[in-house]
Design a binder for this molecule. Structure first.
Ligand code: FAD
Ligand code: HEM
Length: 394
């Protein structure tokens, strides 16, 4: 609990901390990784390289200065952080590590400006936020463990089947080694995967690309030419190999109600859209499914969409655009990128909820195009396949 004096000190010093956020962040991670190598493995080094994840953590502490005034909103906004943490199995005993290193980084960067009172105030703010995250995460861990087929921590799954979906995307069907039931998840959610490569544990997130079925999960993974985990999955692992899964999580889930949906994906961004489409259609909702692929070789899940279309002919409208097309691709609906004019042609009437996932540039373009088509911000839903960050237009 912060005292009034501590609140005043934090509000007074927040602008200085904000001004030095980049430097504080650039000190914080190396410090933490050298003092506590056991937590370093949880972080994706590619996310460290472009600065987005480091900024996110310290930025969230700073944003909490304002957010704490509205506790209900704080809980809602922190949902994306809680999801990322839960899918990585972050534990309460790891919070003091982050707190210690963050405070040490602030002290190093701001030097004598950080009086003991200021340090105490920021320490108390961190503890308050940590306490809230721990509570929210514990609730999720508990709820998932109680569910039929749920678990706590990691659970070992075996690759039961694989299927090449396009030139670069392969699906992996994962069944638990213990042969028990597998908990349902909310369509659109992702899961944390833990693998051991060259003796080191590595963690990644993958969207669950097939509807819940009580027996297995399906991940559909794009092989990144320089990617550590995706290449390991494509090039080294196969049917019979095992990996560990953490609980599913994620906020890109179906908004309740009967409003139509427009699901827009670029490349492997299609993975959360497939279960979302199936769920919405099963509820009798109208769905427009727009997908952008490089060309026919990179076009995954065409057969799956055709089967959905056959099952729900009046409800589902599909459109596919290839960025480049040759004679073999002549059948495709559109050639070129998805743009505002094309979205306008497909946008359903009746205040639709629009979901879009793909590369950052793609999502920014979709966000801007939908805004220009008067789709309100609270009807525009998206998720980054990496650290969350604002879209350029926002
Ligand atoms: C919520 C969520 C859902 C996701 N769903 C899916 C999904 O359904 N399917 C899917 O395929 N992916 C998905 N991802 C992405 C996935 O988690 C991985 O990021 C992806 O598979 C790449 O991992 P990797 O280990 O192969 O590549 P990494 O080794 O992490 O590298 C990624 C890229 O960064 C570059 N890079 C690596 N290290 C550095 C460095 N030090 N400096 C500069 N550049 C570097 C690499 O060259 C490569 O191009 C999702 C991510 C999130 C957060
Ligand atoms: C108050 C404390 C903390 C705050 C405010 C915080 C905030 C955040 C934020 C904002 C993100 C990015 C979320 C996103 O991309 O959507 C994140 C991701 C992450 N956090 Fe935390 N976090 C805290 C504590 C911790 C602790 C204790 C650990 C465990 C060591 C941890 C480990 C991670 C990891 C591994 C990621 C994903 C990193 C990646 O993408 O490589 N965090 N956190």
């Amino acid at each position: 609990m912060l005292t009034k004096d501590q609140e005043r000190l934090i509000e007074a010093t927040a602008p200085v901390v904000a001004e030095h956020l980049e430097t504080i962040t650039s000190r914080f991670y190396p410090l933490m990784f050298s003092r506590y190598p056991e937590v370093a493995v949880l972080f994706n080094s590619a996310h460290q390289a472009d600065g987005a994840q480091p900024r996110a953590l310290a930025g969230a502490v700073l944003a909490y200065v304002q957010l704490r005034r509205d506790p209900a909103r704080a809980r809602q906004v922190l949902g994306t952080v809680v999801s990322k943490h839960v899918s990585l199995g972050i534990r309460p005993d790891q919070y003091p590590i982050v707190g210690e290193c963050l405070m040490a980084a602030i002290g190093e960067v701001l030097g004598d400006a950080v009086t003991p009172e200021i340090a105490d105030a920021w320490g108390a703010l961190y503890e308050e936020l940590a306490g809230l995250l721990i509570e929210l995460e514990d609730h999720r861990y508990h709820e998932f463990a109680q569910r039929k087929g749920g678990w706590r921590g990691t659970r070992t799954f075996r690759i039961a089947a694989t299927r090449q979906e396009s030139a670069v995307i392969r699906s992996f069907v994962l069944a638990p080694v213990d042969a028990g039931p597998v908990a349902d998840f909310a369509p659109g959610q992702y899961i944390g995967v833990r693998l051991t490569i060259d003796g080191t544990p590595v963690y990644r997130h993958y969207s669950l690309s097939a509807s819940p079925n009580g027996e297995s999960y399906r991940l559909s993974i794009k092989r990144e030419s320089e990617g550590r985990v995706s290449r390991h999955l494509h090039d080294v692992l196969g049917v019979g190999d095992t990996l560990e899964l953490l609980p599913p999580a994620g906020e890109l889930t179906l908004v309740e109600g009967d409003a139509p949906l427009m699901l827009i994906s670029g490349g492997v961004g299609q993975t959360p859209m497939l279960p979302l489409a199936a769920q919405a259609l099963s509820q009798g909702r109208e769905v427009v499914y727009l997908h952008a692929a490089l060309d026919s070789e990179h076009h995954a899940f065409a057969g799956e969409l055709a089967a959905l279309k056959a099952a729900y002919p009046p409800l589902l409208t599909c459109g596919v655009a290839y960025e480049r097309a040759d004679a073999e691709d002549a059948e495709v609906d559109h050639v070129g990128r998805l743009d505002r004019a094309l979205l306008a042609r497909y946008l359903p009437a009746g205040a639709p909820h629009c979901y879009f996932v793909g590369p950052q540039g793609f999502m920014t373009a979709m966000d801007q195009a939908l805004a220009a088509l008067d789709v309100d911000a609270d009807h525009r839903h998206y998720e980054h396949f990496g650290p969350s960050r604002p879209l350029d237009a926002r």
